[in-house]
Design a protein. Structure first.
Length: 169
């Protein structure tokens, strides 16, 4: 598989993770989600979650198994978020390594084709998900509680490089 194919998400959403609906899951035959945490669910430098996130998660969990898989090594932070959302989690994932994605996938007991990796980064989340054979969904970063979206220069560089390699976003 070419590197550009490994960076190509199966689905690019204009909105953040909250734009994923049970209908979207059903349309793509998805029964599980592996979610990145930092900037996908909660802005990196923010301790609190968006009040809409817990409501959204309850709707999604009624339709699909959910795991959080984060590169973050701050286990207490990720644990606090996972506990609030009442979902299992793994930290220190080392994405784009697929090792921890495979652990979450095995715990879900679902085929890779029925599980999506959802994240805001191409070179970590999408690349890891594609390497494991998951359906990949690229979302915009979650805005902070003041509804300000801060896009990192690294994310912008990833988009530029990916488009140069032929990835369509």
């Amino acid at each position: 598989m070419s590197f550009s194919r490994l960076l190509q998400p199966d689905l690019v959403l204009e909105g953040n993770v909250l734009s994923i609906s049970p209908d979207l899951l059903a349309h793509h035959g998805l029964k599980g989600l592996i979610l990145d945490v930092d900037d996908t669910l909660v802005p990196l430098r923010q301790a609190e979650t968006n009040p809409d996130l817990a409501r959204w998660m309850n709707h999604i969990k009624a339709e699909a198994s959910v795991w959080l898989v984060s590169n973050n090594i701050n286990a207490p932070r990720i644990s606090r978020i996972a506990d609030l959302l009442e979902v299992p989690y793994l930290t220190s994932a080392g994405k784009p390594s697929g090792r921890k994605l495979k652990l979450a996938l095995a715990a879900m007991n679902l085929p890779a084709s029925q599980v999506a990796m959802v994240g805001d980064r191409l070179f970590t989340d999408v690349l890891a998900g594609n390497r494991v054979g998951l359906f990949t969904i690229l979302v915009s970063p979650m805005p902070d509680l003041n509804q300000i979206v801060r896009t990192s220069p690294l994310r912008s560089l990833e988009v530029i490089i990916s488009q140069y390699l032929g990835v369509t976003l």
